[in-house]
Ligand binder design. Structure first.
Ligand code: C5P
Length: 401
């Protein structure tokens, strides 16, 4: 997916063992369509060679402020002009201290000081170095200076210790960058979503479920996070990884999904119900595996599951609610009726045959103004468009309260 298409990134490496992750980071950025110019400090070249970074980026790598390949000898100016962002990964404690002081004693630090574009910094260091008072002071100052701090992560460190200070993984840095470039329509807004199927037990080994990959709900959760929201995702069983930046609570049955939603719903601004909740559950769940005795099939008794969206929408203080409808026919008629029946301001409808397991999908928005069709797109494109549409309507309703 070319979601960093035409972005020009200057990737700066300062000295640290996490430089090995930066090789992969270059690949991940390029496969998303970015152009990457790598600049390394002298210390970084002790951990990984410029040749490696050049082979991966497909572009010359710069280390020396006096590099004669830049005709006017101003690599520090040339490299950052036209760049969409400079990303320092890894950023050592020393390099961050340099940024704070505005020092310019090598190409990378000079480039940062002379930049005319945003700067993002992914710290990587031993946990004691990270927690040290001077480092924490420097981090605070960098934030005040408008510099984005990515991470750090926590966990096992190359030195054998465990704690905060690991550089984020390449895909996490990519996620942060993608977010950085998105407009922040939902800044500070709390968003709760349900996604995936629910699974209702028949006996200890058999279940009843819906066909749902969870992709649409997960893409919406990610798009909401990219738009600046704080996102909680309550998910039935799926094969998908939790989107970076999102808090996920995993459940199985509709009842568990309702319980989790009701526990989280207080203080939420927007609720987006994407889950394909099983409409019925088995009333007479067998405690033991049902045996295939003779030719008779088991008699299953069903009872209705709670309607999670309708329950939330009927609360006295409720978030702004969005529903989904996957139909196989008469989409507009059923969707309008469903929106009114559930008492919600917006419903997103699609034809089930267009959405299940598909990478690309097409949807329509139904609200009190009628139907608005979105063009066919990837689930990520559609998710971003839907989050924009949701935020416009949410912000309008918020301001008119
Ligand atoms: O009633 P129906 O299943 O067609 O409605 C679909 C919408 O309602 C979706 O947004 C779905 O997530 C939500 N829903 C729910 N709880 C149910 C059934 C559906 O939240 N038990």
């Amino acid at each position: 997916m070319l979601d960093l298409h035409e972005k020009r990134i200057v990737l700066g490496l300062s000295g640290g063992i996490a430089c090995y992750k930066s090789a992969d980071l270059v690949r991940r950025l390029i496969e998303r369509g970015a152009q990457v110019d790598v600049v390394m400090t002298e210390a970084a070249t002790r951990f990984i060679t410029p040749v490696t970074m050049q082979a991966l980026s497909g572009r010359p790598v710069f280390v020396d402020a006096w590099d004669s390949r830049v005709h006017n000898n101003m690599a520090h100016i040339q490299l950052s002009r036209g760049a969409d962002a400079i990303v320092i990964a890894p950023a050592s404690a020393d390099f961050m201290a340099k940024l704070v002081q505005g020092r310019a004693d090598d190409l990378l630090s000079t480039l940062c000081l002379a930049r005319a574009c945003p700067l993002l910094v992914a710290p990587a260091m031993n946990r004691e170095m990270w927690l040290a008072a001077p480092t924490q002071r420097n981090v605070q100052q960098l934030v005040l200076d408008g510099i984005e701090i990515l991470g750090p992560g926590t966990g096992e460190q190359a030195c054998g210790e465990t704690g905060d200070g690991r550089m984020l993984e390449p895909l996490q840095i990519v996620a942060e960058l993608k977010r950085f470039f998105q407009p922040k329509y939902l800044s500070g807004v709390q968003v709760l979503l349900t996604a995936g199927p629910t699974v209702e037990p028949i006996d200890p080994v058999r279940v009843l479920s819906n066909r749902s990959s969870g992709k649409t709900g997960y893409a919406l959760a990610q798009a909401a996070w990219e738009a600046g929201a704080e996102v909680t995702l309550i998910s039935g069983p799926t094969a998908l990884a939790c989107p970076y930046g999102v808090t996920r609570i995993q459940v199985e049955t509709a009842q568990q999904m309702l319980d989790a939603v009701m526990q989280c719903v207080t203080g939420q601004d927007i609720f987006i119900a994407v889950a394909a909740v099983a409409d019925w559950r088995i009333k007479n769940i067998s405690t033991n595996k049902i045996k295939k005795d003779g030719s008779s099939a088991p008699m299953l008794e069903f009872e209705a599951n709670p309607d999670i969206l309708a329950t939330v929408a009927s609360q006295h203080t409720r978030p702004w609610c969005v529903g989904f409808a996957a139909e196989t026919e008469n989409l507009a008629e059923y969707a309008h009726a469903k929106r009114l029946r559930k008492g919600i301001p917006m419903l997103i409808g699609n034809l089930a045959q267009h959405v299940m397991d598909a990478e690309h999908t097409t949807v329509s928005i139904f609200d009190d103004q009628g139907e608005h069709a979105l063009p066919l797109g990837s689930k990520q494109d559609i998710a971003r468009q839907l989050i924009t549409a949701i935020s416009e309507r949410f912000n309008q309703s918020h301001h008119s309260r």
